[in-house]
Design a protein around this ligand. Structure first.
Ligand code: MV4
Length: 497
């Protein structure tokens, strides 16, 4: 079935990003919005829009019935859920199926199988996918669990089967601390997720996080679109993502890709999905879990493969077979993405929302900005404080990094603190540039005082110029530039400060 109209059950940058692809395909778009988003860009961009409730997401973007009602009243044949909100909600997928509305995403069965870590591991085990040594069943017996923990070897990690994003994980250093930690993990998992199932794994102490993008169609074809390296994260919040990873060899890439395809096949996956792996110091990889949605960081994959993942999702949902095979896919160059949050990196990354008094996007070759704001807009307090994703492409990793630094310097955001200076710190750091880093990068290298040094040459020139001017004024002289012929300041930069 070819869609003529789809509804986007999301907001912000991802809603806009989806609508852009739909428009290129000649498909009309319906935006849904909360009262806080009445004037948001995704509402203005869409062909039609429907208000679905008050600002809090549990009264708007998370209310299944309101979204279905909006699709029915506008005649949308399909719904794209974006990421977050209802994107991995099997009950939503099932409700759409019952209403005869197509979900641009996988089946509720795939979501359920991969949403639970233990059932995901069980599915992967059948295909001999490498798993971190540990239990692949919920621990019920403490004595038995202790035995397994000893076999696996300490330190071990206790994980909640229903957990995600690092929630419900506990590291246990030695046997004597095992029982107490296990008890706590179970009760935490029970109260946080309503499911006390936990399992144990050997703790991989310095891993890298590498994930593989897959696409599966309704005809049983599955391909992988290489990897994204997402090790630069802070408290399980990704900050920098890139593709390809600087450490994978073609052989490891192919092995991981083939494993990811098997994981997707194990759950009859349809659509765009991501298979997460841990990579240890010796480049052994282990399957962790599968994310059954389009991810925030998907643009880096688009930049190196030339594929539009949202278009592919829509074509797949229409029932079309993939128009390419694995051998058609190649990696072209290197892409970097940073997440620009309205958070203050100098103050423990506390949200710093406000009005975008000045907002000027970077431009030029190899630069992509996915955002949902314009100058003058307020950042609503109700949702994720991500302002934008800044993505750069280069022929090489070095070029992508240099371009990112240049783009960060061009990006002007006045009205709130942002993570831009923090991301520039990462881009300039030797460990990052060498490619030799792991998931502990931020913890190891970042303290707020490192931000003080991240002025551009232009900014330093401006400072030098101004101090010079003040000194000259004190001396009652009017020939500032003659006194310091080496100081150059562009009017352009002065205007932007
Ligand atoms: C691990 C691990 C070490 N050993 N499992 C964190 C979130 C979840 N997706 C899996 N996570 C981890 N699982 C074993 N056996 C370390 C992490 C981990 C991590 C993983 C990916 C990206 C960032 C991370 C930060 C801290 C810990």
């Amino acid at each position: 079935m070819k869609f003529t109209k789809i509804l986007i059950a999301n907001r912000g940058e991802i809603a806009l990003r989806i609508m852009r692809s739909a428009r290129e395909m000649g498909i009309k778009t319906v935006a849904v919005y909360s009262e806080a988003d009445r004037n948001a860009l995704h509402v203005r961009y869409a062909d039609e829009s429907v208000c679905i409730g008050p600002p809090p997401s549990n009264q708007s973007y998370l209310v299944i019935d309101r979204i279905i009602a909006a699709a029915k009243s506008t005649g949308a044949q399909a719904i794209h859920p974006g990421y977050g909100f209802l994107s991995e909600n099997a009950a939503f997928a099932r409700a759409l199926r019952e209403e005869g509305i197509v979900l641009i995403g996988p089946s509720p069965e795939s979501m359920e199988m991969m949403g639970d870590k233990l059932s995901a591991k069980a599915a992967a085990k059948k295909y001999d996918i490498p798993l971190v040594p540990g239990t692949d069943y919920a621990i019920t017996d403490v004595a038995e669990a202790k035995k397994v923990a000893k076999q696996v070897g300490f330190p071990i990690l206790i994980k909640a089967s229903a957990g995600g994003g690092g929630k419900g994980m506990r590291i246990v250093e030695k046997e004597s601390e095992f029982e107490e930690n296990l008890q706590r993990a179970v009760s935490e998992a029970q109260s946080a997720f309503g499911d006390g199932s936990v399992f144990i794994e050997r703790y991989v102490s310095s891993p890298r996080h590498v994930e593989i993008q897959v696409l599966g169609d309704t005809h049983g074809n599955v391909v992988y679109l290489f990897e994204r390296e997402c090790s630069i994260q802070r408290r399980h919040q990704k900050v920098v993502e890139e593709a390809p990873s600087s450490v994978l060899t073609p052989a490891i890439r192919e092995a991981m890709g083939k494993c990811a395809v098997m994981v997707a096949k194990a759950c009859n996956y349809v659509g765009a999905g991501t298979v997460e792996f841990l990579l240890d110091e010796n480049k052994n990889f282990y399957f962790l879990e599968m994310n059954t949605r389009l991810q925030v960081e998907h643009p880096v994959t688009e930049m190196i493969t030339g594929k539009d993942l949202v278009k592919e999702q829509i074509l797949i949902a229409q029932g079309e077979p993939l128009s390419f095979v694995q051998e058609d896919l190649i990696i072209n160059g290197h892409a970097m993405e940073i997440r620009v949050y309205a958070e203050d990196p100098a103050n423990n990354f506390l949200p710093d929302i406000g009005k975008l008094i000045r907002y000027v996007r970077p431009q030029g070759s190899g630069v992509r900005v996915d955002d949902g704001f314009e100058q003058g807009m307020d950042i609503p307090i109700y949702y994720d404080p991500m302002i934008a994703k800044l993505i750069t492409w280069g022929n090489t990793r070095e070029e992508a990094i240099e371009r990112m630094i240049r783009a960060i310097d061009e990006y002007t955001i006045v009205g709130c603190q942002t993570t831009l200076p923090f991301c520039k710190f990462v881009m300039k750091h030797d460990a990052f540039r060498s490619g030799n880093f792991d998931t502990h990068f931020v913890k190891h290298y970042f303290t707020p005082d490192v931000l003080k040094e991240t002025f551009t040459d232009e900014e330093l020139n401006v400072a030098a110029f101004m101090s010079n001017m003040l000194q000259s004024k004190a001396k009652n002289s009017n020939s500032v530039l003659q006194q310091n012929g080496t100081t150059t300041v562009s009017k352009w930069k002065l205007n932007r400060l």
